[in-house]
Design a protein around this ligand. Structure first.
Ligand code: VGL
Ligand code: ZN
Length: 198
């Protein structure tokens, strides 16, 4: 078994002080760094939106952050502007050890489609290319950590299980946004999909 650690969106905007801060988001950085040497490969993901992205409430007249909208691909939460390409908010937390990462998978770059998952955009069919990269490295098993448990980590782990990887989510090394019960819903779905919740 070749086992990779996938660190989801450990970026300034998701940490306290950031544009879409997740409570305690910065608490998990040290633990994630400590875990890295235990894996064959380390992969980082980076939410990487163009300015004016369609997932930003500011791009929709009369909409406020955390309201819902209807996109051509389905319902979409509208977020505060965050992780704009090249901004400080989009940079990795300064304490995150990025030296071991062979792959940095960026996502959310398509102006018209958000991308929570590291594997598919929110239309659920446009691939990011990560699946092929992992397979060519012979990776069969994935452990997920990072931000946020109920959005990007959950969508990534669910897709991983769907794609046939053995998937584990380390709850102690994730933190959630928890919007209207989204954490409980995500955990139920993950369990149902056969993702190991550690
Ligand atoms: C995320 C909302 C918007 C995440 C990214 O990393 O969980 N959430 N963009
Ligand atoms: Zn985003």
């Amino acid at each position: 078994m070749t086992h990779a650690l996938i660190v989801i969106d450990m970026q300034n905007d998701f940490c306290p002080g950031g544009a879409l801060a997740v409570t305690g988001g910065d608490e998990i950085v040290a633990g994630i760094n400590t875990l890295m040497p235990d894996f064959d490969h380390v992969i980082l993901t980076q939410d990487w939106h163009p300015a004016g992205h369609s997932s930003f409430a500011s791009s929709h007249d009369g909409k406020a952050p955390f309201e819902m909208t209807e996109m051509p691909y389905g319902p979409q939460v509208l977020w505060p502007d965050h992780c704009v390409q090249g901004s400080h908010g989009a940079a990795f937390h300064t304490d995150l050890d990025t030296d071991r990462a062979a792959i940095i998978q960026r996502k959310g770059m398509n102006p018209a489609i958000d991308s929570y998952s590291a594997f598919f955009e929110n239309d659920r069919k446009t691939p990011t290319g990560l699946d092929g990269a992992l397979r060519s490295l012979g990776i069969t098993e994935l452990t997920f950590v990072g931000l946020a448990t109920d959005f990007c980590v959950a969508y990534s782990a669910l897709d991983a299980a769907q794609l046939g990887f053995k998937a584990t989510l380390r709850q102690d090394l994730c933190r959630a946004i928890d919007l209207d019960g989204s954490l409980a819903a995500a955990l139920a779905e993950l369990k149902q999909a056969g993702v190991h919740l550690a």
